[in-house]
Design a protein around this ligand. Structure first.
Ligand code: GLN
Length: 350
C-alpha cells in the first residue's frame, strides 16, 4: 500500500490531490443519493439476458491509489463487464506487443461510429482504427498471445483478474445468450479476416471476445481495475504490477478519445477523465495518479452508456476535482479548490 503521506506531495501526473478520506466518503454517498431515483434511459435488450437486469440497481465506488475503497449502493451486485473488457484487453495486448504495434495493427483514433458498426471496417480497407469499437476490439483480442483460443481466453481471464485483484469468472448465462445473437460480431470478424487483418479463426475469435465480455464484475471490482491504471499499472490493493506504466498511460490515452463511443467528445467536455462503459450498465472512470470510479446502473442512453453512471461520475469528477483539464492558478491566487467547484450553471448534459 502506498503511504498516506503521498497526499501531501505535489502530483506530477495531474493537478491537485484527492480530498481527505472522510470527505470522499460523504461525496460518494451524495453522488449515490443524488441520482438514485433517476429513471432516465432504458435497459439494453439486444442481448436477451441483459433485458432481465433489475433496472433499479445502482452502485458507486471510488478506489484511491493507496487502495482505500469508498462505496455506496449495490457495490457488490454482479453484472457482465461487456465493453469495459476492451480497455483491459487492450492493455494486455499493448503489454505483449508494445505501443507501435497496437497503433499500426488496430489504430487509436475515434471512428465517430456506434460500437457495433460494420461500416467502420469497410471505410478503411479493413483497418479498424479504434480498439474500443467492436471491430478494433476483436482485432485486439486476436493479438492476445496463446497457442489456442482456450489459451488466449485463459490469458484474458487471468489478466483481467489481476486488474481486479480477485479471480473473475464467466457468467455462463450471459455468454450463451450473446453467442446465440452474435451475428453482427461474427460478420465483423469475417470482414476483418477478408481484409487479412486477423491471424486467427474468426469463429474462435468471436468466442473468446464474447467470453471476455461475459466476465462477471461488480462496481467495487471496476474501481480497483481502474485504480490499477491510475496507479501506473500497479494494483493498489494487491500491490501486484499488472502492466507497465507505459501501457497504463497508452490505455488511458485511448479511452480519453474513444471510451464512451460516439459520445466521447461530450464526455471529455463534461467530465474530463478517461472512461469506458459497457452495455450491462457499468462504467469505469480513471483519474491518473489519484484513483478511479466504478459505477453500475443498467438504464442506458442511446449510445449504450449508463445514464445514472454517467451523471454520478460527472458529479464525482467535479466534487473530487478529477477533471484532467482543470487547473488552479500557480501562486497566491490558487486556493486549491477551483477544480472542485460545482457550478450549477454547468449541469452536465449527459
Ligand atoms: N458484448 C457486447 C457486444 O459486443 C458488448 C457491447 C458493449 O458493451 N457496448 O456487442
Amino acid at each position: 500500500m502506498v503511504h498516506r503521506e503521498l497526499r501531501d506531495v505535489a502530483q506530477t501526473v495531474s493537478t491537485g490531490t484527492l480530498p481527505a478520506p472522510e470527505r470522499i466518503e460523504r461525496i460518494v454517498a451524495a453522488a449515490h443519493s443524488r441520482y438514485r431515483t433517476d429513471q432516465d434511459g432504458a435497459v439494453a435488450d439486444y442481448i436477451p439476458v441483459l433485458a432481465a437486469a433489475d433496472p433499479d440497481l445502482f452502485a458507486v465506488a471510488v478506489t484511491e491509489i493507496d487502495g482505500d475503497v469508498h462505496e455506496a449502493g449495490d457495490a457488490g451486485a454482479g453484472f457482465t463487464i461487456q465493453s469495459i473488457s476492451k480497455a483491459f484487453v487492450f492493455a494486455l495486448a499493448c503489454e505483449a506487443h508494445g505501443h507501435p504495434a497496437l497503433r499500426e495493427r488496430v489504430g487509436v483514433d475515434n471512428t465517430g461510429l456506434p460500437f457495433n458498426s460494420v461500416i467502420a471496417v469497410e471505410l478503411n480497407d479493413g483497418h479498424p482504427r479504434n480498439p474500443m469499437v467492436n471491430a478494433g476490439a476483436l482485432a485486439t483480442t486476436a493479438l492476445i498471445p496463446g497457442a489456442t483460443p482456450a489459451e488466449q481466453w485463459e490469458r484474458v481471464r487471468t489478466g483481467l483478474s489481476r486488474f481486479a485483484g480477485r479471480g473473475l469468472e464467466l457468467d455462463g448465462g450471459a455468454y450463451h445468450s450473446e453467442m446465440l445473437t452474435n451475428q453482427r460480431n461474427s460478420a465483423i470478424a469475417r470482414l476483418l479476416e477478408s481484409y487479412g487483418r486477423i491471424d486467427v479463426d474468426p469463429g474462435a475469435l468471436v468466442d473468446v471476445y464474447t467470453r471476455q465480455c461475459s466476465l462477471r464484475v461488480t462496481a467495487h471490482d471496476l474501481a480497483i481495475m481502474g485504480a490499477t491504471l491510475a496507479d501506473g499499472g500497479v494494483n493498489p490493493v494487491t500491490g501486484e504490477r499488472v502492466v507497465s506504466a507505459q501501457t497504463a498511460r497508452d490505455t488511458l490515452a485511448v479511452l480519453a478519445s474513444t471510451g464512451m463511443y460516439e459520445r466521447s467528445g461530450t464526455w471529455m467536455f463534461e467530465v474530463g477523465v478517461p472512461a469506458k462503459s459497457g452495455v450491462a450498465g457499468g462504467i469505469v472512470a480513471i483519474a491518473p495518479g489519484k484513483g478511479a470510479i466504478g459505477t453500475f446502473s443498467p438504464r442506458l442512453d442511446p449510445a449504450g452508456n449508463s445514464v445514472r453512471g454517467q451523471r454520478a461520475t460527472a458529479y464525482l469528477s467535479r466534487a473530487l476535482g478529477l477533471n484532467l483539464f482543470a487547473s488552479d492558478p500557480h501562486g497566491p491566487d490558487g486556493d486549491g479548490d477551483a477544480t472542485r467547484a460545482i457550478d450549477s450553471r454547468e449541469e452536465p448534459a449527459l
